[in-house]
Design a protein around this ligand. Structure first.
Ligand code: SF4
Length: 295
């Protein structure tokens, strides 16, 4: 089982841009790559998870400048429906070369839309750079609120940073308090679709990135497609990243492989169980067509 997907290279990296690092969760990979791609005209805008009126609730936005990218930098632990803006980006914003960042399932949706552009006519060939982020499972905004306010006893608006790692969900407040809850308590809040998801490291992205496998402040990067390779090489040549070979960092690719294997093995069991219940993997009874599925 190839749990990490196809990739041309795997590198531990972090941005050399101090402004980006200050605002980013880990190595600032996505923001730096989009900033570079904007600068070079590889994309003319990127769909990213921006801030919204509610604290820590992401809202998709089209960023066409580095300042807008910086406003969106950092991880929010609830999904941002970035694909929702694809048509808008090409039509209302008039972009011809769109960058998009998303979870593994969103990367799958981007590729599916490119292959079967039903309802996406004239859009599919405008996706110029698709960047993926690792994802073990995801939460609704209401679930995140319950975790922060009920389990960690903090107000959403007082939170400066959230983090998942070492078996804990951690909340840091503006006033310096740190609250934690064990990750195993999160599972009941996970979105049902995540229980049948078989991709951890965004196998279909041009480049995917996440903190797992690299030291604090760095990210593990998989360069996957020819296009991704060209963008990565250009950004390296421009001095935008410090890098280390994965073999030289701890905990390294072994941990990424371990977590990917755990996710896929666990969720494959859920997929198999659904089959025995006469359900398709997406939960639709066999014989009934999922209205969201391509015929
Ligand atoms: S676990 Fe899978 S389905 Fe859930 S948000 Fe992540 S990539 Fe999407």
């Amino acid at each position: 089982m190839d749990v990490l997907g196809n990739y041309k290279s795997a590198i531990s990296a972090r941005s050399t841009d101090k402004d980006i690092l200050k605002k980013s969760q880990d190595g600032g990979i996505i923001t730096t790559l989009f900033a570079y791609a904007l600068e070079e005209g590889i994309i003319d805008g990127a769909i990213v998870a921006g801030p919204s009126d509610e604290p820590w609730k992401p809202e998709p936005m089209v960023a066409t400048t580095k300042d807008e990218l910086l406003a969106a930098a950092g991880t929010r632990y609830t999904i941002s429906p970035n694909l929702y803006l694809i048509k808008e980006a090409t039509r209302s914003y008039g972009l011809d070369r769109v960058g998009i960042v998303g979870t593994p399932c969103q990367m799958q949706a981007v590729r599916k839309a490119q292959l079967y552009p039903i309802g996406m006519r004239d859009v599919d060939d405008k996706i110029a750079l698709a960047l993926g982020i690792y994802c073990m499972e995801n939460l609704s905004y209401q679930a995140l609120e319950a975790m922060v306010e009920d389990h960690c006893n903090q107000k959403m608006e007082s939170v400066k940073k959230m983090d998942i790692g070492k078996g804990k969900f951690t909340v840091y407040t503006e006033r310096g308090a740190v609250s934690q809850m064990p990750l195993k308590l999160i599972h009941k809040y996970v979105q049902p679709g995540c229980n049948v998801c078989l991709d951890y490291v965004a196998n279909l992205a041009d480049i995917s990135s996440g903190s797992v496998g690299s030291p604090d402040g760095w990210s593990t990067v998989f360069v996957r497609s020819t296009k991704g390779n060209a963008v990565w090489d250009g950004a390296i040549a421009a001095g935008l990243f410090e890098t280390k070979p994965m073999e030289q960092v701890k905990p390294g690719l072994d941990l990424v492989t371990k977590l990917a294997t755990e996710k896929i093995t666990k969720n494959q069991k859920n997929v198999d169980a659904r089959k025995t219940m006469g359900l398709k993997a997406d939960g639709t009874p066999k014989g009934l067509r999922n209205p969201y599925e391509t015929p």
